[in-house]
Design a protein around this ligand. Structure first.
Ligand SMILES: Nc1ccn([C@@H]2O[C@H](COP(=O)(O)OP(=O)(O)OP(=O)(O)O)[C@@H](O)[C@H]2O)c(=O)n1
Ligand SMILES: C[C@](O)(CO)[C@H](O)COP(=O)(O)O
Length: 248
């Protein structure tokens, strides 16, 4: 089959193997309930709601693949979406790499979406896919910042940290997921970072290190990451409002 006739399908990799230390003691964060349903199921539904997404790969806690498979079987999800579960690694980067390794050959566009961002609206997902399909090798949804940001010289714990710079806020963006990529580009970026041994806090940052341009599309306030206990309170409130106003 030539490159032109080969099907061009999109997959979403959902890293869900983190412990959720900042959320406090309990089950792995992705398995904790939001509105009575595991956060991971909300994240899978958020990807599956997009008609552009054909396959969802869930990267489970290393010893939790069977439990994740069971949860996916128990909760209704659209029939058109294929699902795969693979075990994750010690870092987000390793977990994403495990998801990428599981993708079949007909995938050309990949989204990487935190299980910890369960409420991202489908319009944001579609906007990211569309920008990749229009030719951008790497796309991130992002929002302008409300706070001023300072760069500091990290000091000893408990000691005040000196400020070294105040970046111009109008040029800064807070980056969310799903981040979208041409699959070959993201695989190259992960291989380069694995060889260099450097870490990265997001996938687009690895692509930037290849010298490849990453572009920004508008993010959404409800795509926030559930990181600390207060985020869970906000997520419950957003979900309750959706359930009261939409057929959610
Ligand atoms: N080894 C890891 C670490 C993180 N993640 C995933 O990466 C996403 C973003 O990470 P974060 O919000 O930092 O989750 P945790 O690592 O679980 O949080 P914490 O740092 O508080 O433990 C989450 O969906 C998380 O499950 C992962 O798949 N594998
Ligand atoms: C990928 C990410 O959500 C973009 O904002 C973020 O970098 C993940 O950071 P975390 O510390 O692993 O939650």
């Amino acid at each position: 089959m030539s490159d032109e006739t080969r099907p061009r399908r999109t997959a979403a990799v959902i890293p869900a193997a983190g412990r959720g230390v900042r959320l406090g003691p309990g089950a792995p964060k992705a398995l904790r309930a939001l509105g009575g349903t595991p956060m991971l199921i909300h994240a899978v539904r958020a990807m599956a709601r997009s008609r552009a997404v054909h396959l969802v790969v869930v990267v489970a806690p290393p010893d939790g693949a069977a439990e994740v498979r069971r949860l996916l079987d128990e909760h209704p999800l659209p029939d058109r979406t294929e699902l795969l579960v693979v075990p994750g690694g010690d870092t987000r980067q390793e977990s994403v790499a495990a998801g990428l390794a599981a993708l079949p050959d007909d995938i050309t566009c990949v989204l990487v979406h935190d299980a910890a961002r369960p409420l991202v609206p489908v319009d944001t997902v579609d906007a990211v896919v569309e920008a990749v399909r229009d030719g951008a090798p790497a796309v991130v949804p992002a929002l302008p910042l409300a706070d001023t940001v300072k760069e500091v010289e990290p000091g000893k714990p408990g000691e005040p940290e000196p400020v070294v710079a105040t970046p111009e806020r109008a040029r800064l963006r807070a980056v969310q997921t799903p981040q979208g990529f041409d699959l070959a580009t993201l695989r190259r970026a992960h291989e380069a970072v694995a060889v260099s041994g450097e870490g990265a806090t997001d996938d687009a940052g690895m692509v930037e290190r290849l010298g490849t341009t990453v572009v920004v599309v508008p993010g959404h306030e409800e795509a926030f990451k559930v990181t600390r206990p207060l985020d869970l309170v906000l997520a419950e409130a957003v979900l309750a409002r959706r359930r009261a106003t939409d057929a959610y």
